[in-house]
Design a protein around this ligand. Structure first.
Ligand SMILES: NC(=O)c1ccc[n+]([C@@H]2O[C@H](COP(=O)([O-])OP(=O)(O)OC[C@H]3O[C@@H](n4cnc5c(N)ncnc54)[C@H](OP(=O)(O)O)[C@@H]3O)[C@@H](O)[C@H]2O)c1
Length: 312
């Protein structure tokens, strides 16, 4: 049996259950490609799945390779593949129900992959798919954000937030972002018109009449967000479905987004990177063998931009 190095879990639990070890080399089936992973980004969903948070929602079998964000090179293609060929440089947010990208190789469906932006390296390309697709699908597909609208983006310095600020500005929106003191300048440099230090200012005291709230925090932050919306506005959450009754009581709309793979949107995002409109922010790069440390960092909840594992 051919093998590769990968980071797997054999049981759910803390960062110590991550094992850097040999795993079977996967083979592409019809409509799939085998990709040599050069870099894999770390997302909070990785440690949530590691902890068993998705048990019952996604049918994983163990051992499981974590990590659903990657940039790499096509090594081989299965039958029926038309848009990809060996040696294409690609990036992807693959299906989280299957083995992930903390590995030397991954099998992905053609529908989940696009050519990576040529102007950046694999480490920076790997930082894009999951977080940028989430921001795109939340702001544009769910909220229908348009030019001239006002949007409040919570956790604007994080993985999703740092893309959301840039995408909202590209659309022509007025952007208000929340972050701690250390990230105020950082979020402004991403393009935000206003920033708020959530640790010293209650955002609902100073923000009013926004068209869209992008909730990446949930809980109390979500509850306090209703009142900053103008009538007919929308609260979009990626962390917990907002209650329809609360939305109705405030005369606004609500939506909950769970990011979906999209080759088409990845191609649009690649164009924005090539034109210099969109910039992935990578705060930390670690070797694949240090996935455990990467999870510990991600779980602090204070990552600026992204953490990426270098595989090649
Ligand atoms: N539904 C989906 O499809 C989907 C997709 C992607 C992510 N998510 C979820 O969305 C959440 C955010 O993901 P992410 O990748 O952006 O996480 P992340 O990169 O780990 O977010 C870290 C950021 O959160 C900020 N932060 C922490 N507490 C805050 C608060 N109370 N108010 C404002 N900012 C705060 C931190 O800023 P400071 O350091 O300045 O405090 C830091 O920059 C996670 O729970 C993730 O699982 C869901």
């Amino acid at each position: 049996m051919k093998t590769m190095q990968a980071v797997r879990i054999h049981t759910y639990g803390g960062p110590e259950v991550l094992k850097y070890e040999e795993a079977p080399l996967p083979k592409p089936g019809p409509g799939e490609a085998l990709v040599r992973v050069h870099a894999a980004a770390v997302n909070p969903v990785d440690w949530k799945i590691r902890e068993g948070y998705f048990k019952g929602r996604v049918n994983h079998s163990l051992p499981l390779i974590l990590g659903w964000d990657l940039s790499g090179v096509v090594e081989a293609t299965g039958s029926g593949i038309e848009g990809l060929k060996k040696d294409d440089e690609v990036y992807s947010r693959p299906d989280i129900a299957r083995d992930g990208a903390y590995a030397e190789y991954i099998v992905v469906r053609e529908t989940e992959v696009a050519l990576k932006p040529t102007s950046i390296d694999h480490v920076h390309a790997a930082a894009i798919p999951l977080a940028a697709l989430t921001a795109w699908q939340s702001l544009f597909d769910a909220a229908g954000l348009s030019a001239g609208q006002k949007v409040l983006i919570h956790a604007a310095a994080g993985g999703v937030g740092s893309f959301a600020v840039q995408l909202a500005k590209w659309k022509g929106a007025y952007v208000i972002g929340t972050a701690s003191n250390r990230n105020q300048d950082f979020v402004r440099n991403l393009g935000a018109d206003e920033t708020l230090d959530y640790q010293t200012t209650r955002f609902e005291d100073v923000v009013h009449d926004v068209d869209v709230v992008f909730d990446t925090i949930g809980g109390d932050t979500q509850k306090r967000s209703w009142k900053v919306l103008k009538k007919g506005g929308i609260l979009v959450s990626i962390v917990g479905p907002p209650l329809a009754e609360e939305a109705a009581a405030h005369g606004v709309h609500q939506a909950s987004v769970f990011v979906q793979p999209s080759a088409t949107q990845l191609t649009e995002l690649a164009k924005l990177v090539e034109s210099g409109t969109l910039r992935p922010i990578v705060e930390t790069v670690l070797p694949l063998s240090e996935a455990r440390h990467a999870h510990e960092l991600s779980q602090t909840g204070h990552t600026r931009g992204k953490i990426v594992l270098r595989v090649v």
